[in-house]
Design a protein around this ligand. Structure first.
Ligand code: NAG
Ligand code: NAG
Length: 358
């Protein structure tokens, strides 16, 4: 692990240690750094909300989860933990926010947050509809429903403290591009990438306003990853080359700029809102360009199957070629990072998200 942490700047590391120390003291006194974590978005953060839905976008079967606790395929699109699982651990929690649509999401289990995310969901309702995913608008309605349940369990005052103090993580946008814009000729013809990014950001704004109106005051939003380096993108749009696709990466850069600008505007209009746009583009690109600097050896091919196309139902125990040990791989399937890469990403979330816990 030493080499993986080594990349972090010394002063940042010191600051982190100081922050974590304060946090650990708080945790020892019986409280987390924050009262809860609420999670919204797509397959990067879904922990099983799609399991019982009529959708092809699922991950509740092996080899998904083979490195998770008790080797359980919970519905996480990963061999093990998601970046947000590590974040939740770093914040001092001993369990993860349950998938809101699972049987675990009841009674006291609701009192340190919940997870509303759904694989293949996007900022656009149309993206979610294409795949039978839970749209972000529906996730917001589910969150409202969650709030009234919590009020019944914990009382109004305690519930309000939870809603106001919790960290809200939002991970979306990649599906709008990869599973909608790039493959849907109707949308593709109607918008330039720049105009499409505007449309997605407009929906992002609406979603954040909705969260804010329901009491959220600490929101962390992930940027787009380098879309052109996802193994599935290289396979589908790379024309036989194995290099990252510059055009797609540029689209992500343009979108991320607009997302940051939108974040600034939201902060200005809501002085009591803490909102951080997490840059996951650069940490992931760095990992993909220089896997060996971080203890990885494979950043092109994913572990599951041929590593070029398989995800969801196509990544299963019958997929030939699945690697024996995913530790040195950046990608678990053709879209999603491995647990090892997620751990690295969570370090980035932690350093960038300090404002949210102060
Ligand atoms: C609210 O929280 C306090 C402190 O944790 C607890 O003692 C109290 O029972 C809670 N109220 C309700 C209605 O559960
Ligand atoms: C995978 O490899 C890593 C490092 O080489 C090792 O620590 C780990 O135990 C291995 N995992 C399994 C499941 O074999």
């Amino acid at each position: 692990m030493g080499s993986r942490i080594g990349g972090m700047g010394g002063s940042v590391m010191l600051l982190l240690v100081a922050q974590l120390w304060v946090g650990l003291v708080a945790v020892c006194e019986g409280q987390g750094l924050v009262p809860g974590v609420m999670i919204f978005g797509d397959s990067v953060v879904d922990v099983g909300n799609n399991n019982n839905r009529l959708t092809l976008v699922k991950a509740n079967f092996p080899p998904y989860g083979r490195d998770f606790a008790n080797h359980i395929p919970t519905g996480r699109f990963c061999n093990g933990k998601l970046a947000t699982d590590f974040t939740v651990e770093n914040l001092g929690f001993t369990s993860y926010p349950p998938a809101y649509l699972s049987e675990q999401a009841t009674g006291k289990n609701l009192l340190s947050g919940a997870n509303f995310a759904s694989g293949a969901s996007g900022y656009l309702d149309s993206t979610s509809t294409l795949y039978g995913a839970i749209s972000l608008n529906q996730q917001l309605r589910n969150y409202k429903d969650y709030q009234s349940k919590v009020e019944k369990v914990a009382g109004r005052a305690n519930a309000t403290a939870l809603f106001t103090g919790s960290i809200y993580v939002v991970s979306a946008g990649a599906s709008d591009f990869v599973q909608n814009y790039y493959i849907n000729p109707v949308v593709n013809r109607a918008y330039t990438p720049d105009r499409f990014a505007d449309l997605v950001v407009q929906n992002f704004n609406t979603f954040i306003e909705g969260l804010y109106n329901l009491g959220a005051r600490r929101i962390g939003v992930t940027s787009l990853p380098p879309l052109g380096c996802l193994p599935v993108a290289i396979t589908l749009f790379g024309g036989g080359s194995s290099d990252c696709i510059t055009r797609l990466n540029n689209d992500a850069i343009v979108f991320n700029k607009k997302l940051n600008t939108a974040g600034q505007t939201l902060r200005k209009s809501h002085p009591r809102l803490k909102l951080v746009v997490f840059d996951i583009y650069n940490p992931l690109l760095d990992l993909i360009r220089h896997p060996e600097n971080n203890g990885f050896f494979e950043a092109r091919k994913a572990c599951c199957g041929t590593g070029t196309i398989e995800t969801s139902l196509l990544c299963n125990t019958g997929s030939p070629g699945t690697c024996a040990n995913a530790t040195g791989y950046v990608f678990w399937d053709s879209v999603h990072p491995t647990e090892a890469a997620n751990q690295l990403l969570s370090d980035a979330l932690l350093t960038q998200g300090i404002d949210l816990i102060s």
